[in-house]
Design a binder for this molecule. Structure first.
Ligand SMILES: Cc1ncc(COP(=O)(O)O)c(C=O)c1O
Length: 407
């Protein structure tokens, strides 16, 4: 069974948009195109029910029901309970709030572990806990491979560690970390884990219940949805952490860590991501499965398509003397978020690709820590070429032809 790429692309209005015609999109790690069901739900919400939700009058009742539907369906896909999933403005704001909760929760003699592979969103707010007397230990990447070696984590773990923070997949290195194994290591010393899934989930919705993570974060605007951060906090931990919302909301787990009022329309529109995943499932499979099994099947189709397209791009870049490929050269080990260091500034190379019909970006992508650790010249930064399951083989060929002209 292969992903039907024509069907996939037909679900994204961007591919029918004349102003984007002929443009090969390779900055998906910054934010994906939005699928039609999300746009339709958002439009319908603004047209028909842009009122305060959860009252008895029809427009309000339906607005609330749609918000609940989004939480319920996404939680089911992700293998967690409905009250364990909450929406915030972004992952950066979600980690900020979580860090405040841990600041109150942890005490003298407690330690946390952060990595230097993470995006700043899942690093800086945690590191600042040092200001409150919490010991912050750094799990460092290998400077050549960019890899987080489990053996290095083992050396940092002891009974004082209460929290381990790491990415499912870095937006720079892109190697897929073994969340299940790392979580088991942390749990063995009594620590909980917070996993940044922002760079992983665009490539397939994971079974968070199976991974075992206590906290798992991702950003819907990179997973074909609206601009929301999505946060899963498992019940035991959510109950133990201090309330960060209004006092009277402290017993409602999905409100406890979202102090700002939710963006009702965007929360409701998030159900469109579940619609889209279900459409992909129904198009490719004919049997009945539970939401999490449907998500898994689609995840595997996405991964297989992406891996097939990624290997030729990695081979091409790895074979160029002028390019240093960051992260694994084997597509099976990584996401299709491909960072390269070049003789010229990443930003300038991305700009040079634009006239060739390639949309890409350059810079540090808020990943200065891994780039510095790998010895990348920060004045030059890197070029990043990232794609997802809706990318076609023709677009990858288009990219490689364009790269031939500019690097
Ligand atoms: C790996 C990773 N984590 C976190 C973030 C921050 O997400 P948000 O923009 O939702 O704050 C990003 C954004 O690019 C990211 O790539």
């Amino acid at each position: 069974m292969k992903l039907d790429i024509e069907y996939v692309r037909a679900q994204f209005p961007a591919f029918a948009e004349p102003s984007l015609n002929g443009q090969a999109f390779f900055e998906n790690a910054g934010g994906s195109y939005t699928c039609a069901p999300v746009i339709e739900r958002l439009t319908r919400y603004y047209h028909e029910r842009k009122v305060q939700p959860y009252y008895a009058f029809d427009a309000s009742r339906v607005a609330g029901e749609e918000m609940d539907e989004a939480r319920l369906r996404l939680a089911a896909m992700l293998g967690v309970e409905t009250d364990e999933l909450s929406f915030g403005p972004s992952t950066t704001q979600n980690t900020y709030v979580l860090a405040q909760a841990f600041r109150e929760h942890l005490g003298d003699g407690d330690a946390i572990i952060v990595t230097n592979q993470d995006h700043e969103a899942n690093s800086g707010p945690w590191r600042r806990l040092a200001e409150s007397g919490i010991e912050v230990r750094e799990w460092q990447i290998d400077p050549v491979s960019g890899r987080l070696e489990p053996a290095a984590l083992e050396r940092l773990l002891d009974g004082r560690v209460k929290l381990v923070v790491f990415p499912h997949c870095s937006n720079i290195v892109a190697e897929i970390n073994d969340v299940k194994a790392i979580t088991a290591m942390a749990h063995a010393v009594g620590a909980v884990v917070c996993v940044d899934g922002v760079s992983y989930v665009p490539h397939g919705f994971p079974d968070i219940g199976d991974l075992g993570a206590d906290i798992y974060l991702f950003s819907a605007y990179k997973t074909f949805g609206p601009h929301q951060g999505i946060m899963v906090i498992r019940r035991d931990l959510a109950r133990a952490l201090p309330n960060q919302g209004h006092g009277f909301n402290g017993d409602t787990l999905y409100k406890k860590f979202t102090p700002a009022g939710p963006d009702h329309a965007q929360v409701a529109a998030c159900a469109g991501m579940a619609d889209y995943m279900d459409m992909l499932f129904a198009h490719h499979f004919s049997d009945h499965r539970e939401p999490k099994a449907r998500a898994r099947a689609v995840h595997d189709l996405q991964r297989a398509h992406e891996t097939e397209l990624l290997q030729p791009l990695l081979d091409y870049l790895d074979g160029r003397n002028s390019a240093r490929l960051i992260g694994p050269a084997d597509a099976r080990l990584r996401a299709p978020t491909v960072t390269v260091e070049l003789a010229d500034k990443g930003f300038d190379v991305a700009a040079a690709l634009a006239p060739h019909g390639v949309m890409a970006g350059g810079g540090d992508f808020y990943g200065a820590r891994p780039l510095e650790a790998m010895g990348v010249d920060m004045d030059r930064g890197v070029l990043r070429l990232s794609f997802v399951h809706y990318t076609s083989r023709e677009e990858v060929d288009h990219l490689i032809r364009a790269l031939d002209h500019v690097i």
